[in-house]
Design a protein around this ligand. Structure first.
Ligand SMILES: [Zn+2]
Ligand SMILES: [Zn+2]
Length: 259
């Protein structure tokens, strides 16, 4: 016999829909949160991961000797994540952490520059000159790119697993969501088979068709015959569209072979 309370719980469960079978997958919550914002879901997840890394670094690990060594080897971050570090520091009152890190990097870079210049002056061959200049180049990749790449890989894989009946799959098929071209490529590379690839393609097609439609509408409204129509979603699409092609800065370049 079913009590009133059980009936209420069952009704609430029906309203919520079936439980998402992907809920225990690595990166599930991160992707669901990333899907609260418009844009490529994988870009958003990777960007959040890079921000989290930078935020934790500036607040907790600036004086950690291991972390400092690692950061010296990469000369801090890539261009996109240096800009993001400045942004995160400004938002989170992390200026002191940045000051400590960059005083250290510049002091070491100065020593490396003197050494490189000395070696370069004495270097007889092109190969030796190259080796001398390597002292001024990063030895390893940007650590924020690594955090972003991990999140991107998880996100792209989850999108390929999330059918439209799942909570994640429904969220990925909302207006303004989708997957950019570099993250589609990443997801297709990761996809376990044709079904996974097709799920990812569904999300890609929806997103890209919506942006392409907005671009056409933007162009149409520029015609003087339609100039009196009120602006809509298409008004700022020219700002959004480029990132669907290349991915958000700092989220899509890691792991791509050098040109
Ligand atoms: Zn993306
Ligand atoms: Zn980076």
């Amino acid at each position: 016999m079913i009590g009133k309370r059980d009936e209420g719980a069952a009704r609430a469960a029906r309203r919520r829909g079936p439980a998402d079978p992907l809920v225990r997958e690595v990166g599930y919550l991160e992707l669901l949160q990333a899907l609260e914002r418009p844009g490529c879901a994988v870009c958003n997840a990777a960007d959040r991961a890079a921000r989290r890394y930078l935020d934790a670094l500036l607040w907790e690990f600036v004086n950690d000797p291991g972390v400092r060594d690692r950061l010296r080897s990469s000369l801090g971050f890539c261009g996109a994540h240096t800009a993001l570090a400045v942004e995160v520091a400004a938002e989170q009152a992390g200026g002191l952490g940045m000051a400590i890190l960059y005083e250290d990097f510049l002091r070491h870079a100065r020593v490396a520059a003197e050494r490189a210049a000395r070696l370069l002056a004495a270097a007889p061959s092109r190969r030796r000159r190259e080796a001398a200049l390597n002292g001024l180049r990063p030895d390893v990749g940007c650590p924020a790119c690594e955090a972003a790449a991990r999140a991107a890989r998880n996100g792209a894989r989850l999108l390929s697993l999330a059918g439209e009946e799942s909570r994640l799959g429904r969220a990925a098929r909302q207006e303004g969501r989708g997957v950019c071209i570099p993250h589609l490529a990443l997801g297709l590379e990761e996809a376990g088979g044709p079904e996974e690839a097709e799920r990812l393609m569904e999300v890609f097609r929806r997103g890209v068709d919506e942006v392409a439609g907005d671009l056409l509408e933007h162009i149409r409204k520029h015609d003087y015959r339609h100039a009196d129509e009120p602006p809509g979603r298409e008004a700022d699409v020219w700002r959004r569209a480029p990132w669907w092609v290349v991915g958000r800065p700092g989220t899509a370049s890691y792991g791509r072979p050098a040109p």
